[in-house]
Write a protein that binds this ligand. Structure first.
Ligand SMILES: NC(=O)c1ccc[n+]([C@@H]2O[C@H](COP(=O)([O-])OP(=O)(O)OC[C@H]3O[C@@H](n4cnc5c(N)ncnc54)[C@H](O)[C@@H]3O)[C@@H](O)[C@H]2O)c1
Length: 264
């Protein structure tokens, strides 16, 4: 088999990005477009997703947008067809939408079930179409328990990481890592590669609370051996790599993009 060139070129590919209205998803949608892909920007925040697609169009790329709640399985399935109808193909799914709130059920529904629906329908459709790539957004919270300076400072104390949204976030992101491995094995011979990125703490709206107090922010920075938080573009670049032919022999892998957080 000829080994693909390591150049990252997504010309003629179509990527569907969930959570594309903000943070990592918006950065990734723009990066996929920069690499040549046509990009469907999907988010429960339909206006924000449209802003992302409009920014890509303004820069000369090709994109469209749709409102999508990833907890609605039939809507996730339909979004794949909407992507093909609007952009003429479907080759890549960046299964990225996620929440970091207080609610146990909601966190599981978005971060675990939403990713599962994308994997289930996305992998099936990609296999039918001859292959493709899926990248899930896991987290360092999918690889280990979290040390959480914010919950140590706040009234809830350590319990806030073993209850509600805190423990649901850890559980759901571990589920993403597990589902990544299983779908990779099950779809490997059908031409569908399935990987994940595991970000450390990244400067996006999701982490605005921990950046309100400089002392707390500093404590989070110091959890990363590189001594800083990450940027959305740094996760986006890793997702684009894993989606491309440059990663042709990589599947089932969860790639930490975390300034060394998970190697301590
Ligand atoms: N920011 C971090 O430090 C960090 C670290 C590790 C992992 N992550 C993960 O990265 C992903 C992106 O997070 P972010 O930091 O860009 O946060 P963000 O809040 O900036 O963006 C999340 C996006 O997901 C969308 N979303 C939420 N619920 C949805 C639903 N039901 N259906 C469709 N879209 C929905 C939101 O509207 C938002 O646009 C999430 O899966 C998050 O868990 C973030």
């Amino acid at each position: 088999m000829p080994i693909p060139s390591p150049t990252i070129d997504l010309t003629d590919r179509v990527a569907l990005v969930t959570g594309a209205a903000s943070g990592i998803g918006r950065a990734a949608a723009r990066r996929y477009a920069e690499a040549g892909a046509r990009v469907m920007c999907a988010d429960i925040d339909a206006d924000g997703a449209k802003q992302t697609s409009e920014s890509i169009l303004a820069d000369g790329g090709n994109a469209a947008s749709l409102g999508l709640d990833v907890t609605d399985e039939s809507a996730v399935e339909k979004s794949l067809i909407q992507t093909i109808d609007a952009l003429g193909g479907f080759d890549i799914l960046f299964n990225n939408a996620g929440v970091g709130g207080d609610d146990y059920q909601q966190t599981i529904e978005v971060n675990q079930n939403g990713v599962y629906y994308g994997l289930k329908h996305g992998a099936t459709l990609l296999a039918e179409r001859g292959g493709g790539a899926i990248v899930n957004t896991a987290s360092i919270a999918g690889l280990q328990g979290l040390v959480s300076p914010l919950s140590d400072h706040s009234e809830g104390g350590p319990a806030s990481m073993t209850e509600g949204g805190g423990i649901a976030y850890i559980a759901s992101k571990h589920a993403v890592v597990g589902m990544t491995a299983q779908f990779a094995i099950s779809y490997a011979k059908l031409g569908v590669r399935v990987n994940a990125v595991a970000p450390g703490y990244i400067e996006t709206p999701m982490t605005s609370l921990l950046r309100e107090d400089l002392q707390v922010q500093h404590e989070y920075e110091q959890l990363h051996p590189m001594g800083r938080l990450g940027q959305a573009d740094e996760i986006a670049t890793a997702a684009v790599f894993l989606s491309s032919d440059a990663a042709s022999f990589i599947t089932g892998h969860t790639l930490p993009v975390d300034g060394g957080y998970s190697c301590r």
